[in-house]
Design a protein around this ligand. Structure first.
Ligand SMILES: Cc1cc2nc3c(=O)[nH]c(=O)nc-3n(C[C@H](O)[C@H](O)[C@H](O)COP(=O)(O)OP(=O)(O)OC[C@H]3O[C@@H](n4cnc5c(N)ncnc54)[C@H](O)[C@@H]3O)c2cc1C
Length: 477
């Protein structure tokens, strides 16, 4: 969260001036390119004083808003309040790569240690795949225009080691995941050095800020009260305390993901991991003819420190990656301003994949935080004794997962026993992270090893580097 001193309020009733800078000739910050595209929101209602509610949701990202959406659908009489420190979609939900994918946030074997075993993991995976279609369906039925195209996701292998990783992929029985050879892959997107790819059709492209803003409008229209510029200082059983008032409610749900660590008592709950994105100027028709990418597939690679990219609705490439992975003491960025090193590193990755874009103008760079649990697996929980619940820890695969988490929190709040309340991620215990400097050393060490592994693999290693596996083991991933 931003510090008070970082905020410049220009006049009464005006909105704060979100920080934007130029680094390496690239505009960075201003929350995200996606938010700039839709325009930062005008002044809105803050919590004016104490009040009561049936359900108080802390955090106006997709987890909070999907929860409000499904609760208000299930029981329109519920008095639901959302408290958001900045504006809806200020966090990762308005900054992400727009991959609405079916990816499981975390490791199957770790989830399977829970009481439901592997069958609860299989159900979680199936629900996530189904959630991709549910989000698309809500966009259609509720008139949310978020540049959604169900185009599938393609992971390309561009080295012998990445190809070995690809060949060890065994599509689950009945899944529509396909392995493409180099020719088929390049016919879709011409990535330099392609040796093959995995294509999963169960993924859609979205413009994240449009999705989160649209969803907020839908829940507002249903009577959900969203207070923005209202930072929660403390969550306790039955109440959320803010500077301007306290909301008293039998259920208080923490939906803060990467910002959880800033809330009192949560410093070591989840680690705020950084991810950063650069976006190019719109590309000419000639360049698009060279690159292909007519199917708008989401695009990633099979490196240890992988990238993720999308062909935007207005003809740009947005490409993201880890950047500087973690800031000491679980600190978070200011309004998405990222570092010169990260911009340079993402430019190198973009130009390696598409050499014809050498020297291309990058119009914007930004970063954000996602939450990483100590065991790298997400949780959706509600303590029936205190009424305090939370959802998150999606380790970078949260866009679809927030929808399922919202439906799971709905069932937990309504006290219903459903298929969702016994999924592998429901009511999982959360193990805390180590104190500093161990967190900083561990996470930055892990990514230094991933980058070293990638350098070896790109230099011609004919198998996945052991450094990558060592880093996984070191971090408990
Ligand atoms: C750069 C980037 C790229 C990503 N790309 C993808 C992708 O392509 N696909 C994918 O599946 N996932 C992706 N993710 C992850 C995904 O975006 C997140 O997992 C998801 O958006 C989390 O939603 P959320 O609502 O839980 O959290 P957020 O969207 O982070 O919402 C939390 C909200 O809480 C507010 N807040 C913080 N502190 C307080 C407080 N004290 N009081 C009140 N409000 C507070 C914040 O302002 C914020 O709006 C990406 C993440 C990042 C950062």
């Amino acid at each position: 969260m931003r510090k008070g001193s970082d905020r410049v309020v220009v006049g009464p009733g005006s909105i704060p001036d979100y920080r934007i800078e130029t680094i390496e000739g690239v505009r960075t910050g201003g929350v995200s390119h996606w938010q700039q595209q839709v325009g930062l929101p005008a002044a809105s209602e803050t919590l004016p004083g104490d009040r009561t509610a049936d359900v108080c949701i802390v955090g106006g990202g997709l987890t909070g808003l999907w929860t409000a959406y499904y609760l208000s659908e299930a029981d329109p009489t519920l008095d639901i309040v959302v408290l958001e420190a900045e504006f809806v979609g200020y966090g990762a939900s308005g900054r992400n790569g727009g991959w609405l994918s079916a990816e499981l946030p975390g490791n199957r074997a770790t989830y399977a240690r829970g009481p439901g075993g592997m069958s609860a993991v299989d159900r979680l995976a199936a629900e996530l795949a189904d959630s991709v279609d549910r989000v698309i369906d809500v966009c259609q039925t509720q008139g949310i225009e978020a540049d959604v195209v169900k185009s599938g996701v393609m992971y390309v292998a561009t080295s012998a080691a990445q190809l070995a990783r690809l060949q060890s992929t065994t599509p689950a029985p009945g899944s529509r995941v396909r392995i493409l050879d180099a020719e088929e892959s390049s016919a879709r997107i011409k990535v330099a050095g392609t040796r093959g790819a995995v294509l999963d059709p169960q993924c859609a492209r979205v413009q994240p800020a449009k999705l989160v803003r649209g969803l907020a409008e839908v829940v507002r229209a249903r009577g959900v009260r969203i207070y923005e510029r209202t930072e929660v200082q403390r969550v306790e059983s039955g109440r959320a305390v803010c500077e301007t008032g306290t909301v008293t409610a039998p259920f208080v749900l923490q939906c803060l993901e990467g910002y959880t660590s800033a809330l009192r008592g949560n410093r070591r709950t989840w680690l705020p991991m950084n991810s950063a994105i650069v976006v190019t100027q719109p590309l000419s028709q000639d360049v698009w003819s060279e690159l292909g990418w007519a199917g708008n597939e989401l695009l990633g690679d099979l490196a240890n420190a992988y990238y993720y990219a999308q062909h935007t609705a207005d003809g740009r490439i947005a490409l993201g990656g880890r950047g500087r992975p973690y800031r000491y003491g679980s600190a978070t960025d200011v309004d998405g301003v990222t570092q010169a090193w990260t911009i340079r590193s993402l430019r190198e990755t973009l130009e390696r994949a598409f050499p014809q874009l050498n020297g291309i103008t990058l119009e914007h760079a930004w970063c954000g935080v996602l939450a990483v649990p100590r065991d790298w697996c997400a949780s959706v929980s509600l303590d029936p004794r205190t009424g305090v619940g939370f959802a998150g820890g999606y380790v970078g695969s949260g866009l679809t997962a927030t929808n399922l988490a919202g439906r799971t929190l709905r069932d937990l709040v309504l006290g219903k026993q459903t298929d969702l309340t016994t999924l592998a991620w429901t009511n999982r215990p959360v193990r805390r992270w180590e104190p500093e400097p161990l967190r900083w050393l561990g996470v930055n060490g892990m990514y230094a090893l991933y980058r070293a592994a990638d350098r070896r693999e790109l230099a011609g290693l004919d198998r996945p580097s052991r450094l990558g596996r060592f880093a996984d083991r070191l971090s408990g991933r």
